[in-house]
Design a protein around this ligand. Structure first.
Ligand SMILES: [Zn+2]
Ligand SMILES: [Zn+2]
Length: 197
């Protein structure tokens, strides 16, 4: 299922920039997977995680979720070394993370930069429904879902602290979709809440 997302870093202007992620980017999909990758694959090193997920694959990702047996995932660092796009008929489809810059794709770098709410003409990547901003302390969850009468804007949903218990990802998404999350139209940007990095 295509749910547009971004894997991102804070910017000095108190917003975020990142790389596109195409498949299952809602909290119970990509959000949960990033939490797993931090703990299992990148062994609590958010710098190494950002290097692999953001710097090394500048065209972004089709899918970096491990979709096999849960106990066998997430993808390992060795798997990430073999990242690349393969066609739907390939026997190794889904065996490695699928990006748009390696394998059968050679697409140019794409930098998604959120300009909410400073730019009143709207944010470039506003069609990014979910963004996950990686920091040393945790991961800020951002969404562009909003009540119908509000103009779309990226807003802060939650901060997931790496060393705290894993959140209820489905509930997080439900709270956004049902409007349980207060629908102010200003973004609490991640770096305004984080004092550093
Ligand atoms: Zn790549
Ligand atoms: Zn934005």
């Amino acid at each position: 299922m295509s749910t547009r997302g971004a894997i991102a870093l804070p910017t000095p202007e108190s917003g975020w920039w990142g790389r596109y992620h195409h498949t299952d980017s809602y909290p119970a999909g990509l959000g949960r997977e990033l939490y797993r990758l931090y703990h299992h694959t990148f062994e609590r090193d958010h710098t190494a995680m950002a290097q692999t997920l953001i710097a090394d694959h500048p065209a972004g990702w089709s899918c970096l979720l491990y979709l096999g047996d849960d106990a066998s995932g997430p993808f390992t660092r060795a798997d990430f070394d073999l990242s690349g796009f393969v066609g739907a008929s390939s026997p190794i489809r889904g065996h490695y993370p699928a990006c748009y810059c390696h394998g059968q794709r050679n697409e140019p770098a794409q930098r998604l930069t959120c300009r909410c709410p400073r730019d009143q003409n709207g944010c470039g990547p506003i069609d990014i429904e979910w963004a996950y901003v990686l920091t040393a302390e945790g991961m800020w969850v951002i969404t562009s879902h909003t009540a119908d009468h509000h103009r779309p804007v990226h807003r802060f949903v939650d901060r997931v602290i790496w060393e705290e218990a894993e959140p209820d990802w489905r509930r997080m998404e439900q709270d956004v979709r049902t409007g349980a999350l207060p629908a102010g139209d200003d973004v609490a940007s991640p770096s305004r809440q984080a004092s550093s990095d």
